[in-house]
Each structure stands twice: as structure tokens, then as C-alpha cells.
Design a protein around this ligand. Structure first.
Ligand code: NAG
Length: 299
């Protein structure tokens, strides 16, 4: 009885919202440093939060459990488009990566929706179709939005993030392809979202400090400046790299926060690096979803 009631209610909600569903979530930072609150890499074709249309331009929806549909947003599918302001992240095998997105009103502590980080261990293999979500490798699974993953759970625009591990068998010197795939699925017809990104895998990279999520969340609610792009100071920070070494994987118990080993040849800084680009505008938070969109899970 209750089950039937829920099913009917869910179907009614779905019909009411099916044609208006848009604007949910996407990745802002593929490699986030939660201690210093900067982004060290971005997804494909990322427009930045200073673009007022990012919400509509960058959301990529799979509505109604499609059997086939391009895996990536048309702006991301064709090529690996990155700009100096929003570059691809560099990582190394076994590195812990923090990735961020926006809650957009979908906090769910009791039954959190899930994100998979999909990838292929072959740098020549690009994602083509959404059906590959069932056949690709999974580098990590994260909760979309709970009190344990979002900075300000009560704020629908809160930044949320999670961590996952770069597969150890990826070969340095190659760019590998990844998909952030969110099973929103609060619409019973099926509702998923993707953001496609790439990682430049190298022997060494700028490794961010790994700490327990609760400690990182307690630090501060980030101001989203990291979604405005690379500054010269972040580029300098990225030049400091470390090598985790064979089989060495940082974890919450063993990671040392000591300074990474000096690189033997520190990169020369150009004079333009000294002039820090001021952040000209603070991005407006995205509007909270209207009740007609993004229905919360019915009780
Ligand atoms: C989650 O956080 C919110 C806001 O801080 C709080 O009101 C709520 O009680 C928390 N819920 C759980 C399940 O911890």
C-alpha cells in the first residue's frame, strides 16, 4: 500500500517536472586543495564562475535512463579543451584527489545520491557513450551531498567535495580520460549528470595535503574564488612537486604534511609571475533550484 502510494506520488512528481528539469550540478575543480582552498585543475571546457550562464551552459543531463547518448556535454565530447585560466590537472599514480561540485539543494543524509569517477586505463580510449558507465573502470565512488561532504549543509549552494585515488596502474607520461558521473535518480525515469575531464599523469606532481573530511570541512566555507581560475601564485605552488614513490599512497594516517622534497631544478619564474592577477569579481552563487526542478526525494 505504502509502496504503491509512493510509486504513484513519485510518478506524478516526475511527470510534473520532466520537461523542466535542468540546472543541477557539475564539477568545478577536478583537483582541489582543501587546505589552501585553491583549484589545481579543472574539467573540460570549464567556463568559470564569472560566466553568468555557467549553470545552463555546463549542466549535462541524461533524462529517462537513455540507452545511448554521448557521454559528455557537446562542449566536452569532441576535444580536450583547456585554457591557461582553467588547465587540466597533473597527478601521479596513487595520489589522493579531491574533486568539488555544488550541492544545488540536493542534500540527502539518509540516502545520499552517488557519484562514480569513471576512467579507462588506456590513454587512447576516450569516452563516447553513456552506456560505458556500466563497462568503464571506477576509480572512486562518493556521496553527492551529505553533512560529511558539504561545507554548509543547510545552504543549497554549498560547495561539496569528496576524495578518490588515481589508479596506481596508470603510466606516467600519458593523459587519461575520466568522467564524473552523478546518479541523481530522484526522478524514477532515471536522471544522471556527467562532467568529463582528463588528467595528465606524471611521475611527480603537486600533492595536496590529505586530512580527514571532518577536519577539512571545519576549515572554512570556500568563497569560490578557486572557480575563477589559475592565479600566478597557484601556478608557483604547482611547480613544487613531490614523488610519492612506488606503492606509496598518502592516506589519513600516514601522510606527512612536511614540505615536499626540493626539486633538483626549480623552474625559473618569469617576471610576469610576480604580478599577481587580481580576482576581479566574486562569482554570484547559483540560484537555488525552484520547486519545479530537481525534486527532492519524496518521503
Ligand atoms: C546536518 O547539518 C545541518 C546544518 O548544519 C543540521 O541542521 C542537521 O541537523 C545535520 N543533520 C545531520 C543528520 O547531521
Amino acid at each position: 500500500m505504502l509502496h504503491n502510494f509512493v510509486k504513484t506520488t513519485v510518478a506524478a512528481l516526475a511527470m510534473g517536472s520532466a520537461s523542466t528539469v535542468l540546472a543541477h550540478s557539475w564539477v568545478d575543480s577536478t583537483k582541489y586543495d582543501p587546505v589552501n582552498q585553491v583549484s589545481l585543475g579543472y574539467p573540460r571546457g570549464y567556463p568559470g564562475r564569472s560566466n553568468p550562464d555557467i549553470n545552463t551552459e555546463y549542466t549535462y543531463l541524461f533524462s529517462g535512463s537513455p540507452k545511448s547518448q554521448p557521454m559528455c556535454n557537446p562542449k566536452q565530447q569532441a576535444n580536450m579543451n583547456y585554457s591557461p585560466l582553467f588547465p587540466m590537472a597533473t597527478v601521479q599514480p596513487g595520489e589522493t584527489v579531491y574533486t568539488t561540485w555544488e550541492q544545488n539543494g540536493h542534500l540527502n543524509n539518509a540516502n545520499p545520491t552517488k557519484i562514480d569517477i569513471l576512467y579507462y586505463p588506456d590513454p587512447n580510449k576516450q569516452f563516447a557513450d553513456v552506456s560505458e558507465r556500466n563497462t568503464a573502470m571506477v576509480a572512486g565512488t562518493m556521496d553527492f551531498a551529505t553533512n560529511a561532504t558539504c561545507y554548509s549543509p543547510g545552504n543549497p549552494n554549498s560547495v561539496c567535495f569528496g576524495s578518490w585515488t588515481v589508479p596506481k596502474d596508470l603510466k606516467p607520461g600519458n593523459v587519461y580520460h575520466f568522467v564524473w558521473f552523478w546518479y541523481f535518480n530522484q526522478n524514477p525515469a532515471g536522471e544522471w549528470y556527467s562532467t568529463c575531464f582528463d588528467l595528465d599523469v606524471q611521475e611527480s606532481s603537486h600533492v595536496v595535503e590529505v586530512k580527514p573530511m571532518a577536519e577539512l570541512l571545519a576549515m572554512a566555507d570556500p568563497d569560490l574564488n578557486y572557480a575563477l581560475g589559475m592565479t600566478d601564485s597557484i601556478k608557483k605552488e604547482l611547480a613544487e612537486v613531490t614523488n610519492l614513490g612506488e606503492g606509496a599512497q598518502p592516506d589519513e594516517s600516514s601522510y606527512s604534511s612536511e614540505a615536499p622534497a626540493e626539486s633538483s631544478e626549480p623552474p625559473a619564474m618569469s617576471s610576469s609571475d610576480a604580478a599577481e592577477q587580481p580576482i576581479s569579481s566574486v562569482p554570484a552563487p547559483l540560484p537555488a533550484p525552484t520547486p519545479a526542478k530537481c525534486r527532492p526525494r519524496p518521503h
